[in-house]
Ligand binder design. Structure first.
Ligand code: CUA
Length: 322
């Protein structure tokens, strides 16, 4: 299932790896972890070598003899102190270099919800842009994330682009990431936040600056109007405005202005459904609307009694929201 989903989402590989960095922050983290791995490997070899020597030698006849006290002072205190100091120095420098607010970075706000991601673009021209579970960013440019949560602690992690940063209720955290080239990167909530923590994933879609601005202006436009004429999409719009859907969801340009669930203004343009739980296809949307709890137990979308006709009208309308 996940393979098919990632295929549909356009990812190049099944599992995003922090060891395949696609940006400078991830590159720095990866270099540091390889260095630590190499150094600890070396120390392990030296320690095992000394142990083997101790096992098979009677201690006589060696050119270099050291008192036990000196062994302990050098091998047990001085060496670890030097190694740990050097590693913490490198760690602090890396942290400093990867976490500063970069001048000219592009601001994106991410708000964690059980179990999905709200994404806002404060610098979008032509209207407020609020997306969900897909974070479009300009490639080759630092992106400064402002991270908040409305409920519990979540953590934003895009292994190929950088480290994790928590989204903490009542706090505002920041994270700077950059993708070297256009591409699609899978991200995941990295802090246990409840029953559907594992299904709280997202995509980071890095685009050329031109493609990114095009996407942004499409998203800034109000929702597509299916017209007043008869037809399933127009009926779906009336359903959405009149049924409890409108209490939670916003579709800009309609009476639906709820603030609890994801903004659906351009729902049809998204690749996946319910934070990457499923590809955004009509049968999946239909199942989700009819019984979200069967698809993602514990999700905040409550069951609503709908007729089959209402479900298919809503699916037709949501598909049209490109
Ligand atoms: Cu959100 Cu785990």
């Amino acid at each position: 299932m996940s393979g098919a989903l990632l295929g549909a989402a356009g990812c190049s590989s099944d599992s995003p790896s922090a060891l395949r960095p696609k940006g400078p922050v991830a590159g720095r983290i990866s270099a540091l972890s390889w260095f630590m791995f190499g150094l600890s490997g070396l120390i392990t070899l030296v320690v095992f070598g000394l142990m083997v020597r101790g096992l098979f030698s009677d201690g006589e006849g060696h050119r270099f003899r050291m008192s036990e006290t000196r062994w302990i002072a050098l091998g047990g205190v001085a060496m670890p102190a030097v190694v740990l100091l050097a590693l913490s120095g490198l760690t602090v420098t890396s942290l400093h270099e990867t976490d500063g607010p970069e001048p000219g970075s592009y601001p994106v706000e991410v708000i964690g919800h059980q179990y999905w991601w709200e994404v806002r673009y404060p610098q979008a021209r032509g209207g407020p842009v609020t997306a969900a579970n897909e974070i479009h960013i300009p490639a080759g440019r630092n992106v400064r994330f402002t991270l908040r949560s409305v409920d519990v602690i979540h953590s934003l992690w895009v292994p190929e682009l950088g480290g994790k940063t928590d989204l903490v209720p009542g706090r505002t955290n920041h994270l700077t990431l950059k993708a070297d080239h256009p591409g699609t990167f899978r991200g995941q909530c990295a802090e246990y936040c409840g029953l559907q923590h594992a299904n709280m994933a997202f995509l980071v879609i890095a685009e050329t600056p031109g493609d990114f601005q095009r996407w942004l202006s499409e998203q800034a436009a109000p929702a597509a109007d299916p017209g007043a004429a008869a037809g399933p999409a127009a009926a779906g719009r009336r359903d959405l405005e009149q049924l409890p859907c409108a209490g939670c969801h916003t579709v800009r340009g309609t009476a639906a202005a709820g603030k609890v669930g994801p903004d659906l203004t351009h729902f049809g343009s998204r690749r996946t459904l319910a934070a990457l739980t499923q590809p955004n296809t009509p049968p999946n949307v239909s199942r989700w609307i009819a019984d979200a709890q069967a698809v993602k137990p514990g999700a905040r979308m409550p069951p609503i009694a709908l007729t089959d006709t209402q479900v298919s009208e809503l699916v037709a309308y949501l598909r049209a929201l490109r």
